[in-house]
Design a protein around this ligand. Structure first.
Ligand SMILES: Cc1cc2nc3c(=O)[nH]c(=O)nc-3n(C[C@H](O)[C@H](O)[C@H](O)COP(=O)(O)O)c2cc1C
Length: 327
């Protein structure tokens, strides 16, 4: 297996259920040529037992793109990883960070932080099944795992299983009493724990995630770890990806209207194959975040994208009042 250089993991957009679908990823790719994109989590059961291979659909423009899997059955995950590799994904990522109840009942996600040996078996099975990198996204701990030693042991087990790239959401998950949303907000961020991991396991590519919202913060983290993964900030204010591109790769800042116009062929092709406009435009609402007219843009799309004859011309109209405000 050819492992990509650590620089391939410098910038990424997090897997987010219901958000980072293929339309969203296509849009993010237009803004960020370099970011590694992650799918929403797909369970191994859905692919293997449910045979829902349509969940793997994506477009060529999305590369590099990683398929995130959820599960804890090594054989089933291996089979799911095989489907992912055959579909053309560049990486398989295992979710060991998601705290939702549904996920806990299926014994996967963050509760697996307590079972490093099982996660190691899952990783080994997937690595044996595919030639693309198998990576893990985890938390710094769960519940009473307050000691750095727990994270250290988890990491050693991952390395022994062959993991070369670890994405760490720099907060614990509290599995009792907090909703998934609260679990992204309430447990405090502890970046230092992730930095320490990098210092102690310098050979491991470490990507840090959690609460990162600006290009300046991205650059500061890159002084300590190999990569930065943006989640909510990239979704709510996607233009932050353009700012990060400019800071890291010297890309000129693109014009927001141009980004939108580059979506036109994609949107028209999707409409022609029966996709409803609203399924695409919902990901575009934050494009003008912080700009004059942003609210009008958002409102027009929110109110009209679901109408039966809504098409590209709605986006042209949505751009107009924004310009009037700016003038
Ligand atoms: C709506 C939503 C859905 C998410 N779904 C997933 C998921 O499917 N898999 C996963 O590993 N993390 C998921 N996460 C967590 C993010 O990947 C990320 O770890 C978290 O939001 C912290 O990063 P941020 O502060 O940059 O948003 C989700 C987050 C959000 C907001």
């Amino acid at each position: 297996m050819q492992t990509p250089a650590p620089s391939a993991f410098r910038l990424s957009v997090a897997p987010m259920m219901d958000w980072t679908d293929r339309h969203c990823r296509y849009f993010h790719r237009l803004i960020s040529p370099h970011a590694r994109l992650y799918t929403e989590m797909v369970t191994s059961a859905a692919l293997v037992r449910g045979k829902q291979l349509r969940l793997l659909e994506h477009s060529q423009q999305e590369h590099p793109v990683a398929l995130q899997l959820g599960g804890s059955d090594p054989a089933e995950l291996a089979e799911a990883a095989r489907h992912g590799a055959a579909a053309g994904y560049d990486e398989i990522n295992l979710n060991v960070g998601c705290p939702s109840d549904r996920v806990q009942s299926g014994k996967f996600g963050a509760c697996l932080m307590r079972e490093p040996a099982l996660v190691g078996d899952c990783v080994k099975a997937m690595r044996d099944a595919v030639d693309i990198p198998v990576t893990v996204k985890c938390r710094i701990g769960v519940d009473d795992q307050d000691e750095y030693a727990d994270l250290q042991h988890f990491t050693e087990t991952m390395i022994a299983a062959g993991v070369e790239i670890l994405v760490v959401h720099a907060r614990k998950a509290w599995l009792q009493g907090l909703s998934p949303k609260e679990n992204r907000e309430i447990p405090p961020l502890d970046y230092e724990r992730v930095y320490r991991l990098k210092r102690e396991f310098p050979q491991l590519v470490i990507v840090i995630n959690g609460g990162i919202t600006t290009a300046e913060q991205v650059q500061a983290h890159l002084g300590q770890v190999d990569g930065v993964m943006l989640g909510r900030a990239a979704y709510h204010d996607p233009y932050v990806l353009a700012r990060v591109e400019a800071a890291l790769y010297g890309q000129p800042l693109p014009d927001r209207d141009d980004i939108l116009r580059h979506m036109r062929p994609y949107i028209e092709a999707e409409l022609a194959r029966g996709t409803a406009l609203k399924h695409i435009t919902r990901h575009l609402l934050g494009l003008y975040q912080g700009e004059p007219g942003a609210r009008g843009f958002r409102r027009l799309l929110s109110e009209q994208a679901h109408l039966p004859d809504a098409g590209w011309e709605l986006l042209e109209r949505a751009m107009l009042p924004k310009r009037a405000v700016a003038a």
